[in-house]
Write a protein that binds this ligand. Structure first.
Ligand code: KIV
Ligand code: ZN
Length: 558
C-alpha cells in the first residue's frame, strides 16, 4: 500500500444534484424482483451448475415467488442453451413467471438466443453493452460515444427485427448500459433513449432500463444520485421500468440498492445470499427481509430460509458465512451474557403481551421464527443447530478448539442431550457430554502400549499392545508416521476397514504440563460414513493415537 501521499487512487466524482429528493424518501413497497442466480450467480461459480442443478434452483426461485428469473446466457454455452430448452420442453415455467435471457449486442449471439426461446410463452431479452469512459477507452480501444451508442441501437434493432420469427412468444426488451455506475449520466441517458427510439415502448408495454452498478466504485449515495438524475432525465418515464443491478465491491450492494429504490427505481436484480461475480451481486434475501422488518410485504417467501440455504449451498457449492444477515448460522445467536439476558427478557415480555404485539426484542431485528430459525437457536447451546454455540463454549471454557468439520456431529450429540433434557445445558454439562461421547473412547478397542521407531523416517514401524473385545493382541504396522503405522497395524487384523481422512492437534492451556487435544476423522470403507474422535493426553503423539482409537470405536458403534 502507498501511505500518506496516495497517488495511485483518487476520489470518484460526485453528482451535481443539489435538489436531490431521495434522502427524504422511504421505501414504501416491494419492487419487481428479478433473480439473476442462474446467470450472474452461475457464471461466477468455479463449477457452474449442471442443467439438473439449475432446474432445482429454478423451481426453488419460483417457489420463493420470483416472477422474473434470468435463466442465463443461452448463446454462451451448450449447458445454458440446453437449460433454456429444458425449461420449455419439460414445461417447467409457471404461467406467472417470465424468464429473462442475457445476450451481448452481437448479431450471431442474439440470433442464437432467439433459437433458445422457441416455444416460450413470454420472455425478456436482456441486451447490454458497456458505456463507461474506462470501458470505451480500454475495452473498446478508444471507441467514440457514437460508436458505443450505435452498438446498443443495432442490438435493439436486431431484436426488434427478429420478433416476427418468435411466433407465440411475447418478447419484452431489457437494455443495460453496462458499467452505468462509471458512465456519465447524460451519456447513459442518450444511449438508453436511442434504444427507446428503436423499441418504441408504451406504458402498456414498457422497456426495462437496467442501471448496473457493474463495479461499485464509490459510496451508495452517489449511485442513488445517479439513479435519481437518470429517472428525472429520462423521457416517457411511464413507458420505462427502471431496474437496479448492484454488485458488492465495497460491501455496500444492499445499501446502494436501498438508496436507489428511495430514488425511485421500480425493479431490482440480484441473487440469493449475494452470489455473483467477485464480491457478488446484491443479496436479494437481505433487501427483502429488511423490508419485511419495516412492515413492508416483500412479495418473496423466505419462511424457511435454512431450507433455501441448503439448496443454494448444494447447487452452487458456495457457503453462507456465519455472520451473513438473516441466513448465517450465528446471526440470531447471542454469545454475550448481557445480550442473552436482554433477549430473554424481551421474549418473556412478548409472551405476556401476546403474539400479535409488535416485535420489540433487543438485539433481534426480526423474529427468527418467521424465517424458519427456532427460538432455541438464539441460545445455541440448547438447540439442534447449536454446533456454533457448543464449539464456542468448548473453546472458551475448556480450550477445546474443535475442527470446523467436527462441529455438526458434536452439535448433534450434545444438542440431542439438551433436547432430551428439554433445557439449557451448562458449560460443564456440555464438556462432560463431549468427553463422554468423543474423547479417549476405549471400547471395543483400547490402546495399552505403543512403541515406534519414530526416528527412522520416512518409513517407521510400530508395535502396539491393544485389547479388542476383551482379548489382548500385539499388532504391528509400518507407515510414514506413528498414526499411519498404527492404522496399518489395525488394518492388519481385519477388524474393520477404514480410511484416515483428517488429523489435527493443539495444546490445551499453556506451560509444559499442559495437555494436547487431537482430532482424527476416518471414513468407514463399507459405506463412506465419516467419524470423528478426539484424544486428550499430555503426550501429543499419544493424543493422536487415542483420537484414532476413538474414531475407530465410534465407527463400530453407529
Ligand atoms: O453487472 C453487470 O453490469 C451485468 C450486466 C450484464 C447487466 O451483469
Ligand atoms: Zn452483474
Amino acid at each position: 500500500m502507498q501511505h500518506e501521499k496516495i497517488t495511485k487512487y483518487s476520489q470518484f466524482p460526485i453528482v451535481d444534484l443539489p435538489d436531490r429528493q431521495w434522502p427524504g424518501k422511504r421505501i414504501e413497497k416491494a419492487p419487481i424482483w428479478c433473480s439473476v442466480d442462474l446467470r450472474d450467480g452461475n457464471q461466477a461459480l468455479a463449477v457452474p451448475m449442471s442443467v439438473e442443478e439449475k432446474i432445482e434452483m429454478f423451481r426453488m426461485l419460483c417457489e420463493i415467488g420470483f416472477k422474473e428469473i434470468e435463466i442465463g446466457f443461452p448463446s454462451s454455452s451448450d449447458t445454458e442453451f440446453e437449460f433454456a430448452r429444458a425449461l420449455v420442453d419439460q414445461n417447467l415455467i409457471p404461467d406467472d413467471v417470465t424468464v429473462q435471457v442475457l445476450v451481448q449486442c452481437r448479431d450471431h449471439l442474439i440470433r442464437r438466443t432467439f433459437e433458445a426461446l422457441r416455444g416460450m410463452k413470454k420472455a425478456i431479452v436482456h441486451i447490454y453493452n458497456s458505456t463507461s469512459p474506462l470501458q470505451r477507452r480500454v475495452t473498446f480501444g478508444n471507441a467514440s460515444k457514437e460508436q458505443i451508442k450505435q452498438i446498443a441501437i443495432d442490438g435493439a434493432q436486431l431484436v426488434k427485427s427478429l420478433l416476427p420469427e418468435a411466433v407465440g412468444t411475447k418478447i419484452r426488451l431489457e437494455y443495460s448500459p453496462e458499467s452505468f455506475s462509471d458512465t456519465e449520466v447524460d451519456f447513459a441517458l442518450e444511449v438508453c433513449e436511442a434504444v427507446m427510439d428503436v423499441w418504441e415502448p408504451t406504458p402498456q408495454d414498457p422497456i426495462i432500463l437496467n442501471l448496473p452498478e457493474t463495479v461499485q466504485w464509490t459510496t451508495p449515495n452517489v449511485y442513488a444520485d445517479m439513479v435519481e438524475a437518470f429517472i428525472r432525465g429520462v423521457k416517457n418515464r411511464d413507458s420505462v421500468v427502471i431496474s437496479l443491478h448492484t454488485h458488492n465491491d465495497r460491501g455496500t450492494g444492499v445499501a446502494a440498492t436501498e438508496l436507489a429504490l428511495m430514488a425511485g427505481a421500480d425493479r431490482v436484480e440480484g441473487t440469493l445470499f449475494g452470489n455473483g461475480e467477485r464480491t457478488g451481486n446484491l443479496d436479494i434475501a437481505t433487501v427483502a427481509l429488511n423490508m419485511y422488518s419495516q412492515g413492508i410485504e416483500p412479495n418473496l417467501k423466505f419462511d424457511n430460509l435454512p431450507a433455501i440455504r441448503e439448496v443454494y449451498e448444494r447447487c452452487t457449492r458456495m457457503s453462507v458465512p456465519e455472520r451473513h444477515p438473516y441466513a448465517g448460522d450465528l446471526v440470531f445467536t447471542a454469545f454475550s451474557g448481557s445480550h442473552q439476558d436482554a433477549i430473554k427478557k424481551g421474549m418473556d415480555l412478548r409472551k405476556k403481551e401476546g403474539p400479535d404485539s409488535p416485535w420489540r426484542v433487543p438485539y433481534l431485528t426480526i423474529d427468527p421464527a418467521d424465517i424458519g430459525a427456532s427460538y432455541e437457536a438464539i441460545i445455541r447451546i440448547n438447540s439442534q443447530s447449536g454446533k456454533g454455540g457448543i464449539a464456542y463454549i468448548l473453546a472458551r471454557d475448556f480450550g477445546i478448539e474443535l475442527p470446523k468439520l467436527m462441529h455438526p456431529i458434536v452439535g448433534e450429540v450434545v444438542g440431542g442431550i439438551a433436547d432430551k433434557l428439554g433445557r439449557e445445558l451448562t458449560p460443564k454439562e456440555i464438556n462432560d457430554a463431549f468427553t463422554k461421547n468423543f474423547v479417549n473412547v476405549d471400547s471395543p478397542l483400547a490402546l495399552k502400549v505403543f512403541e515406534s521407531n519414530s526416528e527412522s523416517k520416512p518409513l517407521i514401524s510400530c508395535t502396539a499392545d491393544v485389547v479388542f473385545r476383551g482379548e489382548n493382541y500385539k499388532i504391528f504396522g509400518n507407515g510414514n508416521g506413528p498414526i499411519n503405522a498404527f492404522v496399518k497395524a489395525i488394518h492388519s487384523q481385519g477388524w474393520k476397514n477404514f480410511t484416515l481422512r483428517d488429523y489435527r492437534s493443539h495444546a490445551i492451556g499453556i506451560g509444559s504440563a499442559s495437555e494436547s487435544a487431537a482430532y482424527v476423522s476416518i471414513s468407514r470403507d463399507s459405506d463412506g460414513k465419516v467419524f470423528w474422535g478426539c484424544g486428550i493426553d499430555t503426550n501429543i503423539e499419544l493424543a493422536g493415537l487415542l483420537a484414532l482409537v476413538s474414531a475407530f470405536n465410534l465407527s463400530r458403534k453407529f
